[in-house]
Design a protein around this ligand. Structure first.
Ligand code: PGA
Length: 251
């Protein structure tokens, strides 16, 4: 194993048949050539059931893109962490910038989601990242610090140790403009210093920090080779089997 993680965030894409085809294409690629990284696919809710069925082949694990902040009950339209766990989903993306922006998810809600995930043995993939004006104003470290502290630092050490962090600068998501390998390495190192201050050096060293934002088969190797980059969270490029497979191979 390379110790790296590559997660594919399908977002709100694909019909049922297309989703199944994509999974089958991926499996046939994984069957032909072994990939060293841990691979996670995060399809929309309605396709999680087929994804977890196919996951039994052992080529990938399955994550959801969101969970409810509530445990169960009268919350029409919501999907709980416990439901996902009962379907053998292992991971959950929490705090993606699209959820923060379009669904007004604030720190309080994200904290509740992180707690729900951990209580139900789902591993949170917790996303942080600054918007372009924040980077241009030199505030990117401050913004990411606030997100990491407010979203995660209420956890005790053993709970925090289960969390994966994804650094996804908003200006790089879906734009074709990825962070440079240096920018990614610099922010990952900064996040690790924050973790070290709160939880100590060992936890900081072992925490997985993924990069996300316009990752593709061409730029993945450079970004993944940076110190402190433990893999990637891939959006658009995870919708094409060959491209996602190439990225997984680079990790
Ligand atoms: P992208 O999305 O790879 O399409 O930029 C990444 C993400 O939003 O997780």
């Amino acid at each position: 194993m390379s110790n790296k993680i590559v997660a594919g965030n399908w977002k709100m894409n694909k019909g049922f048949t297309e989703a199944e085809e994509l999974i089958e294409e991926l499996i046939s690629l994984f069957e032909k050539e072994e990939v060293e990284s841990e691979v996670i696919i995060c399809p929309p809710f309605p396709y999680l059931e087929i994804a977890t069925d196919y996951a039994q082949d052992g080529f990938f694990k399955v994550g959801a893109q969101n969970i409810s902040p509530f445990p169960c009950g009268a919350y029409t339209g919501e999907v709980s962490a416990g439901m996902l766990r009962s379907m053998e989903v292992d991971y959950c993306i929490i705090g993606h910038s699209e959820r923060r922006k379009y669904f007004n998810e604030d720190d309080k809600m994200l904290t509740a989601k992180v707690n729900q995930a951990l209580e139900n043995k789902l591993i949170p993939i917790f996303c942080v990242g600054e918007a372009l004006p924040e980077r241009e104003a030199g505030k990117h470290f401050e913004v990411v610090r606030r997100m990491v502290r407010h979203g995660l630092f209420h956890l005790d050490t053993s709970e925090f140790a289960k969390v994966i962090i994804a650094y996804e600068p908003v200006w790089a998501i879906g734009t074709g403009v990825n962070a440079t390998p240096q920018q990614a390495a610099e922010m990952h190192a900064y996040i690790r210093t924050l973790i070290a201050e709160r939880y100590g050096d060992d936890i900081a060293a072992q925490t997985k920090i993924l990069y996300g934002g316009s990752l593709n088969a061409k730029n993945a190797a450079d970004i993944f080779s940076q110190p402190g980059v433990d893999g990637g969270l891939v959006g658009g490029a995870s919708l094409v089997a060959e491209e996602f497979f190439e990225i997984c191979k680079k990790a």
